[in-house]
Design a protein around this ligand. Structure first.
Ligand SMILES: *[C@@H]1O[C@H](CO)[C@@H](O)[C@H](O)[C@H]1NC(C)=O
Ligand SMILES: *[C@@H]1O[C@H](CO)[C@@H](O)[C@H](O)[C@H]1NC(C)=O
Ligand SMILES: *[C@@H]1O[C@H](CO)[C@@H](O)[C@H](O)[C@H]1NC(C)=O
Length: 619
């Protein structure tokens, strides 16, 4: 009998063994399992073992190893530890912080980002990582939704101090303490911090200060663009910090690697996958203020960088640099990131050599992620038995026109077939929780999807359209309606629409993203309806969008319409607008183009259109 049943499973066995991805699947599963077990162990430890404890262990083990390289300076593990002790002590006395408090950070990429966050962690405080591109209304909103009572801002040349001064009256009114990383400031209501940090003792702080922090406590708030306009603060618990910090380990990064972080630290890619992932590995980080394609390989050579992070645009900018003889002369062996298109992926490998690209799919607040662990180009991952068992997810049929899932006569969603594009939803369970957004129940509820495969079940709606092919590879397709991505940033269409409708002449605005040949993502475009009897005011609209929106969110094209097409559920239709694009030969409504040099919106001529397509005009 044993023999017979053995024979019966033989075909299955042979099939799996000859599946070229079988070994990769297994090694990935084992690796993932190993880290799952580690996390379970940390969670059981009393007190909870956080990423900060992991850093402190690294300080004991390798005090003199360089932790951060930055613009010609370097800081060892022990130096960063001491510096963060000083920060913690200064904040403890100056701002009277205690565990459970939240502090907003309004800083650019700089080593002090690291020790200020770490100082806060030592006091048991959560950090809200503000995007340094935001201003005025958005800034106030982001600040207030995380419930912070303190904001720390950089004083450098990047205008953050001015941005804070602009909203200071409101902050004062709300009793918020504002600290500037500077030795002096004469503005009433802004406190300085640098001198206090400098003078504070660097002695370690007692772990009792953070004794009540558990894996469920908030560690960070990271902002994601939302559907109702203003950004949302995704609550990142200590458990999630750990989960994201394992991505490097799962991607094969070792403790002797050198990681290059050139993405902003206010995003989860830079902060969690990059920085805390580096702490988990105990490696050396080369931190960059801002990505620079021309300095990229020079930096890598200078510091012996072996692991890089990217977004789709990074790869493209690198591929667009002039060819050099020494461009394969570097030690980079792994690239971790997301959003690279297959043509660029191939070109990148051809030019810069054999680099393992770990393309991943994940959302800061989402409860499901993928990582490519095979050698297949252009995919974000692979359907994997264990992964699916641990984090049940499914793709469901989606109606792009109505922007909602298709439901059958019983009111349940319908699974997308193999090869068919569908909306990715992840089942909300104890192991794949969705904690939601701070101070925004309505938005949290909007991301929950009920009655998906069974009555009463509950899923997280990623808002992303993916496809699973016959060979079980997962491909990212697109984002659903309300947000689009440009230059690696999510743009919330309703936030942009809110800003546009504040312009005098504009009655209504319908914002969307359009594809431009040779660019990742979509660039902003708005269809607007003018108020009765008004003309379009290019210069006013220009100053409105430049005052209130970061560069990547500004609509580059405007289309004037006399009326909007609505869907059956009274939403503005976007699909046909997106398809129409911005070609003046094809669109008969008046079109305008944001011209930064002229400081206004100018009529979009054939000539401008051609120059954009020839890349003579940079977007
Ligand atoms: C680190 O450097 C300090 C000062 O140079 C030295 O006293 C110490 O022994 C070093 N520690 C280790 C573990 O190498
Ligand atoms: C980079 O590696 C080379 C060769 O292994 C070594 O000689 C050099 O000192 C290293 N540079 C740095 C900055 O570590
Ligand atoms: C991901 O895809 C790239 C594509 O070439 C490959 O080099 C790499 O090995 C893949 N897998 C992993 C785990 O990175």
């Amino acid at each position: 009998h044993v023999f017979l049943s053995g024979l019966a499973i033989l075909p299955v066995l042979l099939k799996t063994l000859f599946d070229p991805y079988f070994v990769q699947d297994c090694s990935y599963m084992l690796n993932a399992l190993k880290h799952g077990i580690r996390l379970a162990k940390y969670k059981k430890k009393k007190p909870f073992y956080s990423i900060l404890d992991c850093f402190l262990d690294a300080v004991k083990k390798q005090p003199n190893k360089t932790f951060l390289h930055f613009e010609g300076t370097s800081h060892s593990y022990v130096e960063v530890d001491k510096q963060s002790n000083k920060v913690a002590r200064a904040l403890q006395t100056r701002a009277n912080l205690k565990q459970g408090d939240t502090v907003a950070l309004f800083l650019g990429n700089d080593p002090c980002y690291v020790w200020i966050w770490m100082g806060l962690a030592k006091l048991g405080c959560a950090a809200a990582l503000l995007n340094f591109n935001i201003r005025s209304k958005s800034l106030l909103h982001c600040f207030s939704c995380c419930g912070a009572k303190v904001i720390i801002a950089a004083a450098g040349k990047d205008g953050l101090r001015e941005a804070v001064e602009e909203v200071l009256p409101t902050l004062k009114q709300q009793g918020i303490s504002v600290y500037l990383l500077s030795e002096e400031c004469s503005v009433d209501g802004i406190h300085t911090l640098s001198e206090h940090i400098y003078q504070a003792s660097d002695e370690p702080l007692s772990a009792d200060l953070r004794a009540s922090i558990t894996f469920k406590s908030p560690a960070l708030y990271i902002y994601t663009s939302g559907t109702t306009g203003l950004p949302k603060a995704a609550l990142v618990t200590h458990e999630r910090v750990w989960a994201a910090s394992f991505i490097q380990a799962v991607s094969g990064v070792r403790s002797d690697d050198v990681l290059y972080i050139n993405l902003p630290l206010y995003h989860s890619a830079g902060f969690l996958v990059g920085l805390t992932g580096a702490i988990e590995r105990g490696l050396t980080v080369v931190l960059k203020r801002k990505f620079s394609a021309s300095q990229f390989w020079e930096d890598c050579r200078k510091h012996n960088v072996t692991v890089m992070q990217y977004i789709g645009e990074t790869m493209r900018y690198l591929c667009n640099t002039p060819k050099k003889d020494n461009e394969r002369d570097h030690k980079v062996r792994i690239a971790i990131g997301n959003g690279v298109r297959s043509d660029i992926w191939t070109e990148f490998l051809n030019r810069f050599g054999d680099i393992a690209i770990r393309e991943l799919y994940a959302a800061t607040e989402g409860n499901i992620g993928f990582i490519n662990y095979t050698s297949k180009i252009g995919v974000v991952g692979r359907v994997n038995f264990l992964h699916r068992r641990m984090f049940p997810y499914t793709l469901i049929k989606f109606d792009i026109e109505k922007e909602e899932p298709v439901r059958n006569s019983n009111g349940l969603c319908i699974k997308a077939a193999k090869g068919e594009t569908g909306l990715l939803v992840g089942k909300i369970t104890k192991y794949s929780p969705f904690v939601g957004y701070a101070g925004n129940n309505q938005q949290t509820e909007k991301k929950r999807l009920r009655d998906v495969l069974q009555k009463g079940d509950l899923y997280f709606n990623t808002g992303d359209l993916l496809r699973i092919d016959e060979q079980n590879f997962v491909q990212f397709q697109d984002r659903v309606g309300d947000t689009f991505r440009w230059k690696g940033e999510n743009v919330a269409t309703t936030e942009v629409a809110d800003i546009l409708t504040m312009v005098d002449c504009i009655e209504e605005a319908n914002v969307y993203g359009v594809k431009v040949e040779g660019h990742e993502g979509r660039i902003g475009m708005a269809a607007v309806k003018l108020k009765e009897g008004k003309e379009f005011e290019g210069a006013n609209t220009f100053s409105q969008v430049t005052n209130y929106l970061p560069t990547y969110a500004r609509p580059r094209f405007i289309r004037i319409q006399s009326s909007f097409e609505m869907t059956g559920t009274f939403k503005m239709k976007k699909v046909s607008l997106v398809e129409d694009g911005f070609n003046p030969a094809a669109v008969h409504d008046p079109l305008y183009f944001l011209d930064p040099a002229m400081k206004t919106y100018v009529p979009l001529t054939e000539e401008i259109y051609t120059s954009i397509n020839n890349r003579e005009i940079k977007l």
